[in-house]
Ligand binder design. Structure first.
Ligand code: F6P
Length: 461
């Protein structure tokens, strides 16, 4: 039987109901429900105290085996905190000024990709299809080929890919693309990202294997969860607290790419320019803390605390708070109900691979009383959702006007827009996404194997 092997840095804990934050875990969890048999391999999130070879722990949950390894303190820092999150992440989100490169971090990144390959190898079986996810593991496909793995290997990047003019600033960029070329096919979220990567491949003379495969959710399931959540205590409590007044909702990991400060400035503008919303509208922002060991994220957290404190101090009334801010994780099935209750979904990334919150917000709506979506044009989801109220997150007036429009929008216009947004969300599901990708992967693999045989090369060299 064909088995799907997923490899990603972070994997869900099968014992917990709460998924790790981020689109990757959401998209892939939806995919695995349809797979007859699968292995999901990744980092446990834990730290191994001693710098020794780590043991792989396996945990079977339904049709999926979750296999994890711990990382040493040295690797956690050099590979995860630094090379992944202080070098690749900022650069790939077009923030070259935040990139903080040190050669030792690259060495750690290479080490961990090699470690993943060594530890995964004994778990592989004949007829496996390997699907590697995200920027933590750019080198893994090549490392597996070096260990003579001839299975189809696909790679999917969940974050944006920068244009050549930015990518060329990354030390070892050429090495990264050379390693990535060992994969049969590389998927990205948008046409723009795929074109950027192919252009970089072209500049270095590597085969151009990138194509766009926009990720989706399981919209029917999420709609059901949202509907069920309306019976829950949290939904009832939030509803009572609003006293029939409009609710704006935002839900994002605490990350500078999400445009949280820009969003708050836009909301402040709304209250300044359109004073009729004071004492009425409530903005609920759910922002689980993330990557707190990385300096830039600690700084952002302090800045958000300060900005929200200032807005609340300036506008609050004794019985009304303009911004409700939660940094704890809210389980997805409860959040689904909050989305359904909200009048406006506010999604304002400065850059985002896709942004599944935008799709979840649409799927969660009550068809008879849908809310409006305010969406950044710089989210990967924007080309698929043109009926959202599209904004430039760098312009606070644009955000304020969009919010004003959304709050005052007639229910017939909201319905009309939602119907077309919902058709788009229903059309590009997580299931379609993975099926299309895996079909293309197997076709590409057959062709690459044939081409290598014709050229008299070993496929794994
Ligand atoms: O969805 C993009 C992503 O970077 C995932 O790869 C990652 O797991 C998620 O965001 C959350 O980030 P982290 O794993 O660093 O907490």
């Amino acid at each position: 039987m064909n088995r799907l092997v997923i490899v990603s840095n972070r994997i869900p804990d099968p014992d917990e109901r709460v998924l790790p934050a981020g689109g990757l875990a959401i998209g892939l969890t939806d995919v695995l429900r349809d797979e007859p048999s699968s292995l999901w391999f990744g980092w446990s999130g834990n730290q191994e105290d001693r710098d020794k070879e780590q043991t792989v722990h396996q945990n079977v949950c339904g049709k999926t085996v979750y296999a994890t390894l711990d990382l040493s303190a040295k690797h956690r820092k050099g590979y995860y905190q630094r090379f992944c999150n202080a070098i690749i992440w900022p650069l790939f989100h077009y923030r070259l000024g935040l990139m903080d490169y040190h050669r030792a971090d690259w060495e750690s990144y290479v080490d961990v990709n090699q470690l993943f390959a060594r530890k995964l190898l004994p778990l592989l079986r004949q007829n496996d299809t390997i699907w590697i996810h995200d920027y933590h593991l750019f080198l893994l496909g090549h490392e597996l080929r070096k260990l003579n793995v001839t299975a189809p290997i696909g790679f999917f990047l969940h974050i944006p890919f920068p244009p050549w003019s930015l990518f060329r600033a990354l030390p070892h960029g050429e090495d990264i693309l050379r390693h990535l070329s060992a994969c049969d096919i590389i998927g990205l979220q948008t046409e723009e990202d795929a074109a950027n990567m192919n252009e970089c491949f072209r500049r270095f003379g590597f085969p151009q294997r990138a194509a766009a495969f926009p990720i989706g959710i399981d919209p029917k399931r999420f709609a059901r969860e949202a509907q069920e959540a309306t019976q829950g205590d949290e939904y009832a409590r939030l509803k009572v607290s609003l006293q029939g007044r409009p609710l704006i909702i935002g839900a994002d990991r605490l990350d500078y790419s999400k445009g949280l400060q820009e969003r708050l400035t836009g909301y402040e503008k709304l209250l300044t320019r359109f004073p009729e919303h004071r004492g009425r509208v409530t903005y609920l922002q759910v922002t689980p803390i993330s990557r707190k060991e990385v300096e830039e994220y600690r700084l952002l957290r302090r800045q958000l605390d300060e900005q929200i404190g200032r807005i609340n101090g300036m506008f609050a009334q004794f019985d009304w708070t303009p911004v409700r801010y939660l940094t704890q994780t809210v389980p997805r099935h409860i959040l689904a109900g909050f989305y359904r209750l909200a009048d406006v979904g506010l999604v304002t990334p400065l850059r985002d691979g896709m942004n599944l919150v935008a799709k979840e917000f649409i799927a969660a709506q009550d068809p008879e009383r849908p809310g409006a979506l305010v969406l950044s044009t710089l989210a990967g989801a924007a080309p698929e959702l043109p009926e959202a109220i599209l904004i430039n997150p760098h312009d606070p007036d644009d955000i304020a006007e969009a919010l004003h429009l959304a709050i005052n929008m007639s229910s017939s216009e909201k319905k009309q827009r939602w119907q077309s947004l919902n058709s788009a969300v229903q059309a590009s599901t997580a299931g379609n996404w993975s099926r299309t990708f895996l079909t293309e992967l197997r076709t590409a693999h057959a062709k690459n194997t044939e081409d290598s045989a014709a050229a008299g090369q070993d496929y794994d060299s």
